[in-house]
Design a protein around this ligand. Structure first.
Ligand code: SAH
Ligand code: SF4
Ligand code: F3S
Length: 454
């Protein structure tokens, strides 16, 4: 008998949702690569299909449910295929997936992701043993580690060579009434600083230049840990431990937990970038109250004023929801007024989407889809003009850019970011990916600065 070398198994992993999901997917990929898996370029060639999902708005969920017919056809063609739903939708819908979507084999929540390779093995073993008679033994559900310690520590695999994402905490202790995240990610859990610092040191030694620290609410980092540490102290320790990393970013900050000391540390630590993402959600106090945001517009404006005294050149971005239950035309105008008053560099705007199990459900959903869309467009138009005017002030200035990618269409064209997170495009005949260069800004096109190397 001749032995035929088995070709390595191929995984196709698609990610939806936030940057935390992106890092989770990367870590799961690392675990699978350790087991000999390789990337499937096309979904059709995969032995394992994983969707790391997001529940934050209905639209995100529909994108995944819309794939089920395709999954079924792929499985008809390849009965050995294993299909898994990971992340927030897995946590939210759990066993329902098996009932409604028999093509799904694995449902694994965000806290259980380090079990993915073992669970896939178990599914295959159960099939091999003829488990098909008892459907359940070839299906695996893992959603029981919602509030446990971060389980993806020490995984070195990185998809990018220049930038890295680092989760410093999971979950959220706030209960904004519209938001499903506390139910899909559980309560706040900070990673031990020792393990974060180990990861930062490793990234520095591998030449990473830009690291983004991630959490739903990074400003309350340290809460519940035995060691006495807060977010600003963590930033200081990172500066001390891994100063070779030129740029340190973080997201997301909650206005209620962002304090003077954070702005001080942002000003004083060379590696911390001059950019703050501070979601405000609405310009109306009445709406903020119903959202249970625990901050007012006055408080928010005071914080921005303070941030700007510490970092006068720092940029500021935000998230907004339009069409929250009971949002009147006047409330909406207050949001537009806030945009004019604060002058954000960028805003991510969303139409309110009622989420199962959230407290806002009992407020109804009284702003029509058309009206939500009108408000969304109006915010976008207003904000675009503000951003354009702000970006114009960069013209003629020379600034440091970390170039991250080479354009596929024009190989002499490179795209990077300034420290304050502006996108810059510049030409170069040599490969400048991964290098920090000075660029002079010549003009502005929409949200991009067009520059030349100096
Ligand atoms: N933890 C972060 C962000 C979490 S989700 C924070 O508190 O800022 C990212 C953004 O999605 C939120 O800031 C909010 O603007 C938006 N979002 C969350 N739930 C939503 C919903 N039900 N409908 C529409 N947008 C929502
Ligand atoms: Fe959701 Fe609010 Fe927590 Fe952000 S702070 S994740 S919006 S509950
Ligand atoms: Fe979505 Fe879960 Fe992130 S709901 S935004 S993937 S925490």
């Amino acid at each position: 008998m001749t032995l035929i070398a088995q070709s390595p198994k191929k995984v196709f992993l698609q990610t939806f949702g936030c940057q935390m999901n992106e890092r989770d997917s990367e870590a799961v990929t690392g675990l699978l690569f350790d087991r000999g898996y390789t990337h499937a370029v096309e979904i059709e060639e995969a032995d394992l299909i994983l969707y790391n999902t997001c529940s934050v708005r209905d639209h995100a969920e529909q994108k995944v449910f819309g794939r089920m017919g395709h999954f079924r056809r792929l499985k008809d063609m390849n009965p050995d295929l294993v299909i898994g739903i990971l992340g927030c939708m897995a946590q939210e819908h759990g066993r329902q997936f098996f009932k409604k979507n028999p093509e799904i084999d694995l449902v694994c929540g965000p806290g259980n992701l380090n079990q993915v390779p073992a669970l896939v093995d178990e599914i295959l073993a159960a099939r091999h043993q003829g488990g098909s008679g008892q459907m359940n033994s070839t299906k695996k559900l893992a959603i029981d580690r919602l509030n446990e310690e971060y389980g993806l520590d020490g995984i070195q695999y990185r998809a990018d060579k220049v930038k890295a994402l680092v989760n410093i905490m999971t979950g959220c202790d706030h209960r904004c009434t519209y938001c499903i995240v506390p139910y899909t990610r559980g309560d706040e859990q900070s990673r031990h600083s020792e393990s974060v610092l180990r990861e930062m040191k490793d990234l520095a030694s591998r030449g990473y230049k830009d690291v983004m620290l991630l959490g739903q609410n990074v400003n309350s980092y340290g809460k519940g840990l035995e060691e006495k540490i807060d977010f600003s102290t963590l930033l200081e320790k990172i500066q001390e431990t891994a100063p070779e990393i030129s740029r340190l970013r973080f997201t997301t900050s909650h206005p209620k937990d962002a304090h003077t000391r954070l702005f001080q540390v942002m000003r004083d630590l060379p590696m911390v970038c001059e950019h703050l993402h501070l979601p405000v959600q609405s310009g109306s106090n009445a709406v903020l109250r119903r959202m249970k945001r625990e901050h007012t517009i006055e408080w928010y404006k005071d914080q921005i004023a303070e941030y700007r005294t510490f970092l006068p050149e720092g940029s500021l971005t935000t998230d907004l929801i339009v069409g929250f239950p009971g949002e009147t035309e006047k409330d909406f105008q207050d949001t537009l007024d806030l945009l004019e008053a604060v002058q954000f560099d960028m805003a991510y705007v969303f139409a309110y989407s009622p989420r199962p199990g959230t407290p806002a459900l009992k407020l109804g959903d009284d702003v029509s889809a058309e009206e939500k869309n009108r408000r969304l467009q109006e915010v976008l138009v207003t904000q675009r003009a503000i951003a354009f005017a702000k970006n114009q002030t960069y013209t003629g200035k020379t600034t440091e850019v970390l170039f991250e990618i080479r354009s596929k269409r024009d190989k002499d064209r490179f795209v990077g970011r300034t420290r304050d997170f502006k996108r810059v495009v510049a030409h170069s005949s040599e490969d400048i990916c991964g290098s920090l260069r000075q660029a002079k800004i010549l003009s502005v096109a929409d949200e991009t600065l067009l520059g030349e190397l100096v």
